[in-house]
Structures are given as C-alpha cells and as structure tokens.
Design a protein around this ligand. Structure first.
Ligand code: SAM
Length: 265
C-alpha cells in the first residue's frame, strides 16, 4: 500500500513503496486550485523571493496531465526557473527562456521569436506579466513594461502566443497563467482579454479555465484589506490558468486568399 497524506483538502497517495519519501502536490481534479506554499518537496522549485514566482504545484499538475516522462516542455518566460526545476525532477526535458534570466539554465531570449522548429514541443507553460504592475528588469524588450490598459500589451503577447502555437505539436497543450488588474479605480479583465486573443486570433482550442488561489501577494496585508473595505473595491483573490490546445490535423489558421478559378473559352 502506498503511504497517504492529508494534503490541503484531499487524501493524496504520495509515495509508491519503492520511492524515496518525497512530498508531491495534490493532483487537482476541479477547476479551483489552491496550494498553501509556492513550492513542495526538499528541493526548492524556482526562487520564492523572486517577485512573480509561479506556484510550483501548477507546473506539476500540468505535466502530470499533459505529458509523459521524456516529453519536451517549454517555458518562454521562465523567470526564476520554476518550470525547469519541476520538469527535471519529474523526468521531462525542458527549455526555459526569459528576457532577464534568473536561473543558470534559462536561455536569454525575447519570446516573440523562439528558435525552435515547428511542431517540436509537447507542452508549453507560461506565466507572463499581467501588465506593468511588477518591474522585472530594465530590458527594453520586457513586455511587462506595457500597461494592461494599452492594446499594445495584447498585440505583443499575441506575438508570443503565435510562436507558442508554431512550436507546439498538433493536439498538444498550452497553460497560460494570468491575473486581472484593478488599478486607480479601474478594472481591466486581463485574463479574459488574453483568453480571447488565444482563441479568436491565434486559433487555439479551449480546454478549460482554472482559478488558482492567490495567497502570497503583496496586497495580502491588513492595510490593504482595510482599504478594500473602506473604499469599496476587491483585492485580487485568484489568477486564471487558461488551458488550450493546438488543434489536431490541418492548421486552421490558413489565411491564404482563395483562388477564383476561371473557365477559359
Ligand atoms: C511572472 S514572471 C515569470 C515567473 C516564472 N515562471 C517563475 O516561476 O519564476 C514573468 C517573466 O516574463 C519575463 N518577460 C517579460 N517580457 C519578456 C519577453 N519579451 N521575452 C521573454 N521573457 C519576458 C520577465 O522577465 C519575467 O521573468
């Protein structure tokens, strides 16, 4: 019998009899994902001091569902390397890029151009900037310098999405983590806008939409909870994990103009 642990809300089989004792996140079965810490297990995944670090259990859940050992996973905006650390521990091949790498294995690259062949990747995970709320670097190509209220933000993200579509094998999955914005009394539904861009413009097929609880954000303080009540607004409580796939078969983005055939006399 494998050992079991009560982890968060579920009873989770953790360890096969012959495996070393190592904590794993719960396998999520609903569209509401919640994990109390950024990382799990003995070895850190990513750097939990990096502002904007991805909760490692998201990457773990994605690769359990959508890849098998030996598959290639790509993260075009890999930051402090959470995706690399999770994938390596789970026996997946992984390539991480970032305009401002914060992990020795990340390759410096602007993700609007990815140097990988068409149809060569088994899964992509990306936790992109949500606008200009976090200052990631001084790099001019950092898309996180553009406000989420500016249409240019979505135009530049679409270039990244087109590259993701190109490198993914048909039928393979993209997970895009994104949060909404409420700044200076204005709400911007960044998640919906990115979702619409992926489905309507890039022609990904929707799989599902997950809400991921935000636990360790900087606004989770007494003063911000007080302000939210006094000035009648809401603090962000969740992010979206958009799950979409590149369609099987023919590229449904074929925009070539139709040839009108003429009959010759
Ligand atoms: C939310 S953080 C990623 C966090 C990362 N998944 C982790 O766990 O540490 C977003 C990242 O996007 C990167 N970024 C912004 N513009 C970029 C671009 N044009 N090309 C590649 N990376 C970019 C930033 O440098 C930042 O590291």
């Amino acid at each position: 019998m494998p050992k079991e642990a009560i982890n968060n809300k579920k009873v989770v089989p953790l360890i096969a009899a012959n495996q070393p004792e190592e904590e794993k996140p719960p396998f999520e079965t609903t569209t509401l994902w919640d994990f109390p810490r950024q990382s799990y297990g003995k070895k850190p995944k990513g750097n939990n001091k990096f502002q904007g670090v991805t909760p490692a259990f998201i990457v773990w859940n994605m690769i359990q569902r959508y890849t098998k050992p030996g598959d290639l996973v790509v993260d075009p905006m890999c930051g402090s390397g959470t995706t690399i650390d999770v994938c390596e521990e789970e026996g997946r091949k992984v390539i991480g890029y970032d305009i401002n790498p914060q992990h020795p294995k990340i390759k410096k690259n602007d993700s609007r151009k990815i140097r990988l062949a068409d149809n060569s990747v088994d899964m992509v995970f990306i936790d992109s900037p949500y606008g200009d709320n976090v200052s990631y670097s001084d790099e001019a190509a950092d898309i996180g310098k553009i406000s989420a209220e500016d249409p240019k933000f979505y135009e530049e993200m679409e270039k990244v999405a087109q590259e993701i579509y190109r490198i993914l094998k048909p039928g393979k999955v993209l997970g895009w983590l994104i949060g909404d914005q409420w700044v200076k009394r204005k709400f911007t539904p960044v998640g919906f806008k990115i979702y619409q861009m992926l489905i309507d413009n890039v022609k990904f097929e929707p799989i599902d939409l997950i809400c991921v609880t935000r636990r360790n954000q900087s606004s989770n303080t007494r003063i911000w909870h007080y302000r939210a009540q006094k000035f009648n607004f809401f603090l962000r409580g969740f992010k979206y994990l958009i799950l979409a796939k590149k369609p099987e078969g023919n590229d449904n983005r074929n925009t070539a103009t139709k040839v009108k055939w003429q009959k010759y006399k």
